[in-house]
Design a protein around this ligand. Structure first.
Ligand SMILES: [Zn+2]
Length: 459
């Protein structure tokens, strides 16, 4: 271990995970890993540090993990929120996607970096990108953009061999398999590190707006297994989907169908998974398949409320995702942690339905499980050095501060309160500045493209 050692020195708090908080502590990092933590004088006795980052007045916490998003859809942030679902697809989502295709690959690179900038500046250190519809043609570019910025995560390359709205983004089963294989192959050859993983990400099943036939779902799962990688998919997201499955198969729902197809195991994560019956929740538990809860999307798209409390009680791993621009408009995970708590409370009419600590765990340790990284999501020696620092002292929004975690979950705002973000031992963001990207250039290019694209939208 010849790598430099850095001390994150004199933090007011170190939130190690959802149940352990240290006061007046420091954290030692070497290369990409946390190697020690404790009182500053003890650490300085045990180590010779090359660098010191002053963390006076800050709370350090594990970086947040956003387990479902679509970075290209940031182009639709703040547009068309009051349309019914099918109009929204027809008049907004697909026309924007088509106009983006005209702009080409560079726009996808810039949108991926813009979204990752927002994530990093609001305390997120890893994200799962689901590159669906036209964006699946740009999965490699998106993966490069995320890696160049230095954020951890995965790109799940979309696949669609079926759609009720085919605007030219749908291909044959054989083509979807071939293109997904090419992506996995290329990324496994190109990658200089393991920061960004290449996953398989069919958009959904045949019974959603766009997605895959059962044959494609099975073959893509086999492909993911043969590359020893993960499978991420929109599943059981609308009541209509479930009605269609019941009508066509006689099964109780999409999760039961997924089990029959053989696509559920501990390397499959299901975005949304709102509509399930009791026996299907048992299937999730038994197979180890994971759920990504997107609480803002549940509300903005009015598609239902995840039975989160029931799933957590059964021991199903549930993480949190923001989903994309048109289903949230923000990539600030602090908002979605809070939404995850509030949505359960109002739907169950129970003020202690879920605790702030449970929601924080979903956004950290459970997210790490979805990424398949055991030593991530907490601040412990041996864990990866993905650390977010939040301004506590002198911050009127977080004063008074009795319990830093409870206050952050209910009163925190990532974009406002986060002062520093470290990923894999590198400071990617500090005091409003990004260290790996020319943020002004990225913002300008996306804003310019948005003005051209707006003229193409029939709203
Ligand atoms: Zn989604």
């Amino acid at each position: 271990m010849g790598e430099n050692k850095t001390i994150l020195r004199d933090a007011a708090y170190v939130i190690r995970d959802s149940s352990r908080i240290e006061r007046d502590s420091s954290v030692a990092v070497q290369g990409g890993s946390i190697i020690d933590l404790g009182k500053t004088e003890d650490l300085e006795e045990r180590h010779m540090f090359d660098y010191a980052l002053d963390c006076h007045g800050l709370a350090l916490m594990p970086g947040l993990i956003n387990c479902h998003t679509h970075v290209h859809e940031t182009m639709i942030r703040g547009l068309g929120h009051d349309l019914p679902f099918h109009d929204w697809c027809d008049r907004l989502v697909f026309p924007v996607a088509e106009a983006m295709e005209e702009e080409g690959d560079e726009l996808y690179y810039n949108l991926a970096q813009l979204t990752a900038m927002e994530a990093v500046a609001s305390g997120t250190t890893a994200l799962v990108e689901h590159s669906v519809n036209f964006a699946k043609r740009h999965s490699l570019t998106i993966a490069r953009a995320l890696r160049d910025l230095g954020i951890r995560g995965a790109v799940a390359k979309g696949a669609e061999d079926f759609s009720v709205i085919d605007r030219g983004h749908v291909g044959s089963t054989e083509q979807q398999i071939r293109e997904t294989k090419a992506f996995l192959e290329k990324w496994s050859h190109d990658k200089p590190d393991d920061l960004v993983q290449a996953w398989v990400g069919p958009s959904g099943g045949k019974r959603t707006v766009g997605g895959c036939t059962n044959e494609a779902l099975i073959q893509l799962k086999e492909l993911a297994d043969s590359y020893d990688t993960r499978y991420h998919i929109h599943w059981a997201g609308t009541s209509q989907e479930i009605e269609n499955v019941r009508r066509d198969t006689g099964l109780p729902g999409s999760v039961a169908m997924a089990e029959e197809l053989g696509i559920l195991d501990e390397r499959t994560s299901l975005a949304h998974c709102i509509w399930t019956v009791d026996e299907e929740r048992e299937i999730l538990r038994a197979t180890g398949a994971q759920v990504v809860h997107c609480p803002s999307c549940n509300q903005i798209c009015a598609i239902g409320v995840l039975p989160l409390v029931d799933l957590l009680e059964r021991g199903v791993v549930c993480a949190i995702g923001t989903d994309g621009g048109p289903q949230n408009d923000s990539f600030d995970m602090f908002r979605d942690i809070r939404q995850a708590v509030l949505l359960q409370r109002i739907s169950l009419m129970k003020a202690d339905a879920i605790t702030h600590a449970q929601a924080f765990m979903m956004a950290t340790e459970s997210g790490a499980k979805i990424l398949g990284i055991e030593n991530l999501g907490r601040i412990d020696p041996g864990c990866l050095a993905d650390i977010t620092a939040v301004r506590i002292d002198g911050n009127p929004f977080l004063t008074p501060l009795y319990d830093p975690l409870e206050t952050l979950v209910y009163a925190g705002s990532g974009g406002r309160d986060v002062e520093m973000t470290m990923i894999d031992g590198r400071v990617i963001y500090r005091d409003g500045e990004f260290t790996t990207v020319d943020s002004e250039e990225v913002i300008t290019k996306v804003a310019e493209a948005s003005r051209r694209i707006r003229k193409e939208i029939p709203l």
